[in-house]
Unconditional design. Sequence first.
Length: 284
Amino acid sequence: MMNGKQLNVSSLISVVIPCFNDGQFVEQAVYSALNQTYPNIEVIVVDDGSNSETKQVLKILELKITRLITQENQGQSKARNIGIKEAKGEYILVLDSDDFSEPTFCEKAMHILTSDMDTKIVSCYANLILENGITTRFEPQGGSIKDFLFFNQSLGTSMFKKEDWAFCGGYDETMRNGFEDWEFFIRLLKNGGTAKVIKEPLYNYRKRLSSTTSIANKNKYELLNYILLKHKELYINNYELTIMHLLNKAEREEKEKIKNNERLEFKIGRTILIPIRWVKSLLK
């Protein structure tokens, strides 16, 4: 019970966990799904061509979960789509195998999804766990399609309806280098609806150098080009917002460049002046 309202728990949530070589972390991900306070949950793990060490861990976990699906390595989007296709739940939560959710996320997300028909995505704040052990906070803002045009305003691990996933065509399986969450959310929201964010850190995300997000940042402009061209009509229909965004971005980069040049010129000037001042001191 939340906010005095009884939550109907008859609807099934399917938690889909794609896994590729995450034997070290996948057990924590699975148990974070199994230990949700929302009682009506199935857990589906998709082994996307993992190594033998990970397969051993998954074999043990298979006894605890609803289903283990094994496939050759075909990428995260394909693994997610296969898991969701096999899911029996009306609601879907995609969970990365190296991350974990707090126990109340599903219950709180369901309260929002079932009480507001305009909501298509429910996300939350996240704890970013860096490889050096430092933890920072990530706070996505959610919103409508206009808020998602230039930035992803939701976590990849968000809850949505299976029928909405099917209607918009699922995850783009050609996107194997990142940003597939953002592109999927664009299609999910382009015909209306909003993304809501629970303002609590109910998700724990390991930010690793080998993560999909890190790989995406290395291919950032190639991926942006793909998304902008794929949704060309959407950006044309929001022409003024697109131009403003591009001009603001160019202005910020120019100011940063000037600042860096001034900083460099100061350092060079100081380096040159030091020996001159030293010589002057000797002549006094």
